[in-house]
Design a protein around this ligand. Sequence first.
Ligand code: CU
Length: 223
Amino acid sequence: MSVRYWTPGTGTTETDPAVDEVFRERNGAIGTETLEGGYVVKLNRADREVFGVGTMIFALFAMMFAFVALVTAARSASRSDAVNRRVAKLEAGGLLGNSVKVTLEEFTITPHPALVKSGAVTFDVDNVGSITHEMVIVRASSPGALPKVTKTGERAVGDVNEEAIPAADKIGETGDVPAQAHITKTFNLSPGTYVLFCNIDNRNGGTVLNPFQHGMSATLTVI
Ligand SMILES: [Cu+2]
């Protein structure tokens, strides 16, 4: 299900995965809600509270869509005053913050929300799984863009080759987070896309089980 919106008179409806993500992060699902005033959107209850003020919906939606378009431009440049104003509005609407809850388990790593404001970002990392995991954070466009181990050696082929990541893109890591443990870490993040992953080789005799290779990665967008 996705957020579907239209502008009266155009006869077309549109969806945007980036907008969906914002709503989904708010409480895990997108419900159905119709709002008056030109847009029909599917919102959950928490969003309805944020967007419940009639005229506010126009302003907030306009800002959100403009904002998504600005994400790419904001990656390498420092934020303009206009962007700073939009960030402030998104924050006021409860849609943008400086902290992320990350859940680790076999074999997923899930950031909530997956969209945060640049600056000092605090990660509350919970390992709800049954083996030790970690959260490594690297500036990269996607898990597929990370360099991989290609020759058998100390690391298994297909693991993330952390040594091959440019130093400027290596943000940091939690270190080992034992099963059922919790750790809080703060990293300074500039606007861009980051990949979170667990790259621990779990050895059992001759076999190696690497969580990254089982899909334990996710992206985080910083604006
Ligand atoms: Cu792991």
